[in-house]
Design a protein around this ligand. Structure first.
Ligand SMILES: [Zn+2]
Length: 456
């Protein structure tokens, strides 16, 4: 039996279309897509409300997609070779960590439509984005753009339709002052309406701009994507770009899932995806903190249902946002990836959001990386120009002991810079031992799941 949700979780509002699309996604998946064959026995049946049917289903994992790709994740009658030949779709690798990579069916038309729908969720971007507006992108070329590590590519070779890719180097630590001056010059010349950036990359450029008091063009809005933006990223970017910033949340598999509105909350892109929320146990932040399972809508080449995107979010407890948008889930924050979780000395889950809020109290820090070695042992890597490192270390240890427990064994390691992972994304925190998120989910909210004997 699925229990009624406790009153602390708001009742979200959805359009009738949302339920119609949810029903279509589930019914098609169960009837005609091979990867869901084993799910049929979990379905309580068409007489049950659609939300209850979804809740009774397992989660779709990257492993499931990998093992059934490509034909097993499509309805029997849909011919992938025809889609590829006609140019309607192409195959792309997701931009996750290397061992986490999967190949996806990429449908550009659908992706653009999903992005356009997400713009409606932020008034600033909704006003200025037309679909043919100029957009500059600062990201790792492994994720998007053109790679050229040896030779610098001239601007025209990085300019594709309305997009300008500012960076062609896979390692941002290799950026010279000449390279960063070029980015500033190009922003001044190109004058993008929207500036989409990997927050850690833009923060690096902003540290340079601030340190050398350079002048830079101010676009209409900065959209953070690809990575979790830390408080340091926000601070460093705001110092140089005192303009609206919005964080956009999505993935290659699911399209645009949440967009941060002008009031700072995250709204579900409910025209283009269903989101199922599974709270953590109260001790670990539930019922407002939990994981999300995403079901994209309206993509004839995508039959992904309850996909475990590997991220945690925090619901907006009031159920409302001052911006007035009311359709779909509203989040107060994105809590970070499952891979970013750490544990306190007494076994409590600590999300990236919580940990970043604690660490970012430290002043004069450019970047950091937190590694949990084992229960009770933490390594904090810091990049700081502060001269009094001993005081900084004491302060940092105090913060981590308060967060993880007085018995925490904390080492502070100073670095001149922190390099991104081979995926091109920065690692902000991680435990080097496995943390099985399913063990921390609140079973009272989950319809059916595999038996696990050890609950945290
Ligand atoms: Zn809002």
């Amino acid at each position: 039996m699925i229990r009624e949700l406790q009153p602390t979780i708001p009742k979200w509002k959805f359009s009738q279309d949302y339920y119609t699309r949810s029903l279509k996604a589930l019914d098609t998946a169960l009837a005609r897509v091979a990867v869901y064959n084993s799910w049929k026995s979990s379905d309580p049946g068409a007489s049950y409300p659609i939300d209850a049917r979804f809740a009774a289903m397992p989660a779709l994992t990257k492993k499931d997609i990998r093992e059934h790709f490509p034909q097993g994740i499509l309805p029997r009658e849909r011919d992938i070779s025809r889609g590829l030949t006609s140019g309607e779709i192409e195959l792309v690798d997701s931009s996750g960590a290397v061992d986490d990579k999967i190949t996806n069916i990429w449908n550009q038309k659908w992706w653009d439509a999903s992005e356009r729908a997400s713009w409606k969720l932020n008034s600033h971007i909704d006003k200025i984005a037309t679909g043919d507006h100029r957009e500059a992108i600062l990201a790792n070329p492994r994720n998007v753009g053109f790679i050229s590590d040896d030779v610098d590519l001239p601007m025209e070779k990085r300019h594709l339709s309305r997009f300008l890719y500012l960076n062609e180097k896979t390692d941002p630590l290799s950026w010279s002052s000449i390279h960063m001056d070029r980015m500033i010059e190009e922003l001044n010349t190109f004058q993008p309406v929207v500036f989409e950036a990997n927050p850690s990359y833009l923060a690096r450029l902003c540290r340079y701009i601030a340190a050398h008091s350079k002048k830079v063009f101010q676009p209409g809005i900065i959209v953070f994507t690809y990575e979790y933006p830390t408080n340091y990223h926000y601070r460093q970017v705001r110092q140089v770009f005192p303009i609206p910033i919005a964080s956009s949340y999505g993935s290659t598999e699911t399209g645009y899932v949440f967009m941060q509105c002008e009031e700072g909350k995250y709204h579900q892109n409910s025209e283009f995806c269903r989101v199922d929320f599974q709270p953590l146990k109260p001790r670990h932040g539930g019922p407002v903190v939990g994981r999300i399972l995403v079901t994209p809508f309206q993509n004839p080449w995508c039959y992904i249902v309850r996909f475990d995107v590997g991220d945690l979010v925090c619901l907006e407890e009031s159920g409302k946002c001052p911006c007035g948008r009311s359709s779909g889930l509203i989040l107060s924050s994105i809590s970070g990836r499952k891979a970013n979780l750490t544990l306190s000395c007494n076994g409590r889950l600590v999300t990236l959001f919580e940990q970043d809020n604690a660490i970012s109290i430290l002043e004069d820090v450019d970047e950091y990386k937190l590694i949990q070695i084992n229960t009770g042992t933490y390594e904090l890597h810091l990049v700081s120009k502060r001269l009094d490192k001993q005081y900084l270390s004491e302060e940092a240890k105090g913060i981590l002991k308060k967060l993880y427990g007085e018995n925490a064994n904390v080492s502070i390691i100073y670095e001149s810079a922190i390099a991104p992972e081979s995926s091109g994304k920065y690692l902000i925190s991680r435990a080097i031992f496995p943390i099985e998120l399913e063990d921390y989910l609140d079973v009272r909210y989950i319809g059916k799941r595999s038996d696990r004997s050890q609950y945290a």
